[in-house]
Design a protein around this ligand. Structure first.
Ligand SMILES: *Cc1c(COP(=O)(O)O)cnc(C)c1O
Length: 414
């Protein structure tokens, strides 16, 4: 249920020491998730490629690196961060969507593996590199999976990947330039609950794989659903491991070669490690509901307003549940920015231990797509970030100042 400390350090002490709004990450939780994933695929030549767009703080990347997790990037800037964090080019996969070809060249120069998701780009790649280097191809398997339409990526209308129905076109380009396809990739979407969606997508990819003779890698993407609240349906990793692992080993036997199985989880590795701490500025009693207004908004955590994401919210300053009330938790941005949504995607009220102005309001599951999606909207500073590592709290990103807001602005004479 609710936790009031991370590795023995009270959330309220972290808020007092580093100020709010504040993102806090529990390194132990990340390490635990890495090992859950590894255990689920015991006996498989597994590589975990952290989809770092979920959280690109360099200290998080270093933690992944230290624990043998490789990395998936979607922009040259993420690539650069990965290299700075200690990754070698060859440990990086570049999985872009609709980028210009020079970004692909940049990644290749850095030694990264490339996922191509467009026939024209595959053609360009063939013209320029022939079979001098290998590539992966991102396939759209026409599978419905994922929490909602904004985070589904493999259904027929998705912009991602080359349609599995264009197999002949893919093979024609591959043959024309003698392209060395070392891997097939698919990513179903985010918050995929059932092992079924993974299995469906995997079997489509594995069928297709027989048409490519140089494969070394099958990459099944990310998107594992994590727990957002008590009793939530999550991806059953043990089950996914058993079913997919089995199908993969069968495939390798028929293919006649042991391949590597890759996954690119983002959320699964970091979501639950993160807690977002804010301070209740106001408690506003309305005739029909009571609002808690916090010192943050959609500028710092946009997931609720962007795709009605559910975040558990609790009063970290008050563990006494004998007096509770229902609160709608809102931000300070001059737009409706509600944090509390129900699981149907509607704004709601949350039962919380009595809130008073000044209390620390905590939100769970803030480790993925939290800080990375934050902005300076309303000219507000972005939050600081802290990682609790081996029982100690470390500041891993300073809170912004007015200088950051003004950096790159150019004042002209008027
Ligand atoms: C975003 C993304 C992921 C990670 O998705 P999660 O839901 O965070 O696991 C994996 N692969 C690709 C290609 C992505 O774009």
């Amino acid at each position: 249920m609710y936790y009031y400390d991370i590795q023995g350090i009270k959330l309220t002490d972290l808020a007092a020491r580093f100020g709010t709004p504040l993102y806090v990450y529990d390194a132990d939780k990340i390490i635990e998730k890495i090992s859950v994933l590894r255990q689920s695929f015991d006996g498989i030549n597994l590589k975990i490629k952290y989809a770092c767009k979920a959280n690109t703080n360099i200290s998080i990347l270093k933690l992944m690196h230290k624990h043998g997790v490789e990395i998936d990037v979607v922009s040259p800037q993420e690539l650069e961060l990965a290299l700075k964090a200690g990754y070698k080019g060859e440990q990086v996969t570049f999985t872009p969507s609709g980028v210009s070809f020079d970004e692909i060249e940049t990644a290749i120069e850095a030694g990264a593996k490339i996922n191509l998701d467009n026939l024209d780009v595959l053609e360009k790649f063939g013209q320029k590199y022939g079979n001098s280097i290998g590539c992966l191809i991102r396939i759209k398997p026409h599978v419905f999976g994922g929490g909602n339409e904004k985070i589904m990526t493999a259904h027929p209308e998705s912009k991602f990947g080359i349609s599995i129905h264009q197999k002949e076109e893919i093979l024609a380009v591959v043959e024309k330039y003698n392209i060395k396809v070392i891997g097939l990739h698919q990513h179903t979407g985010s918050d995929v609950k059932n092992a079924d969606s993974f299995t469906q997508a995997a079997s489509a990819i594995l069928d297709l794989a027989f048409s490519f003779k140089d494969l070394e890698i099958i990459d099944l993407g990310g998107g594992f659903k994590v727990a957002y609240k008590e009793g939530d349906v999550v991806t059953d990793m043990e089950e996914v491991g058993k079913v997919l692992g089995g199908a993969f080993l069968d495939f390798c036997e028929k293919y006649g070669k042991p391949l590597q199985l890759w996954f690119e989880p983002g959320k699964f590795l970091v979501s639950e490690s993160g807690t977002f701490l804010s301070t209740a500025n106001v408690v506003k009693k309305d005739p029909v509901k009571t609002f808690v207004g916090i010192n943050s908004g959609l500028n710092h955590l946009i997931r609720p307003m962007m795709y009605a994401a559910y975040h558990d919210i609790f009063n970290a300053s008050n563990a006494d549940n004998s007096v509770q009330d229902s609160y709608r938790v809102v931000g300070y941005i001059c737009e409706t920015d509600t944090f509390s949504f129900d699981t149907e995607g509607k704004p709601n009220e949350r039962l919380m231990n009595k809130v008073e102005a000044g209390d620390i309001i905590a939100m769970k599951n803030a480790g993925a797509y939290g800080f990375t999606m934050s902005s300076n909207y309303n000219a507000r500073f972005k939050p600081a970030e802290v990682m609790v590592y081996e029982g100690k709290a470390h500041l891993i990103r300073k809170r912004e100042t007015m200088e950051d807001i003004l950096r790159n602005q150019v004042e002209i004479e008027l």
